[in-house]
Design a protein around this ligand. Structure first.
Ligand SMILES: [Fe+2]
Length: 245
């Protein structure tokens, strides 16, 4: 660990996320931090350029896709604008979702860049949990990972406070795709950890990955709320996540 505080722990990765999945001692130390409900930041999990290119390519791809209605469930790749109150968490939200349930079916360049992000995430997730999740497919328990890029647009993209059922997900993964102060001025992911608030946008750079105990209360405050919302614009906050259900 290269820097720790009680409510969060920063772990700088030398060889990126792929190398971490083979490092038993590092995985144990992350498990211990998650067990005491510290928010773990994996610094340099991915090259910044990789996640920044991915967000631009996904944004372009989204414009070629039919806009699916909120709460669409499809075992495929699709673009949607989620808004209103989510039926599961009963929480107010507004964001653009690039759902990547079949990365193998994406066009060549996009498939390649999404694989370079979500495949190390999947391997880390398996190494951490001991699960045997598969790329694109349902595993032996009948569940699958749901890779997703989330764009909280400037002009108010947000996700109000909520908690998830801890099992079977165990940990949430959030890869930062944008830089606060450069790509957006306000809006961030927050966690209630150890009775304090951890604001990870003040701690993270593009390519860093947050690992958090899935039972922690968390939220996303509105992105650049004072700006006009342009639903076609790339502007705002971008993250990459991978729920398992
Ligand atoms: Fe969440």
């Amino acid at each position: 660990m290269s820097g720790t505080a009680d409510a969060y722990t920063i772990h700088t990765l030398e060889g990126g996320l792929a190398a971490l999945s083979r490092d038993k001692a590092a995985l144990d130390s992350i498990r211990a931090a998650i067990g005491r409900e510290s928010v773990v930041i994996l610094r340099d999990a991915f090259p910044a350029k990789l996640v920044e290119s991915a967000r631009e390519m996904l944004h372009r791809w989204g414009k070629t896709q039919p806009l699916q209605p909120p709460q669409t469930i499809l075992d495929d790749n699709f673009y949607t604008i989620e808004r209103g109150v989510s039926p599961r968490q009963k929480t107010l939200h507004y964001y653009h979702a690039y759902n990547l349930n079949r990365i193998g079916k994406l066009p060549g360049d996009l498939r390649e860049i999404c694989t370079r992000i979500f495949e190390p995430m999947r391997q880390f997730y398996n190494a951490y949990t001991g699960y045997a999740t598969l790329p694109d497919d349902y595993d032996e328990t009948g569940l699958k990972l749901h890779p997703q890029a989330i764009h909280y647009p400037a002009g108010g993209g947000h996700f109000a406070a909520h908690i998830h059922k801890k099992s079977p997900q165990e940990i949430g993964l959030i890869v930062h795709g944008t830089q606060k102060g450069r790509d957006y001025a306000s809006g961030s992911t927050g966690f209630q950890a150890m009775d304090t608030i951890v604001d990870t946008d003040d701690l993270c750079r593009p390519g860093d990955m947050i690992v958090f105990n899935y039972g922690l209360l968390h939220w996303v405050t509105p992105c650049d709320l004072e700006k006009a919302l342009d639903p076609r614009s790339l502007a705002g906050r971008w993250v990459f996540v991978m729920p398992y259900y």
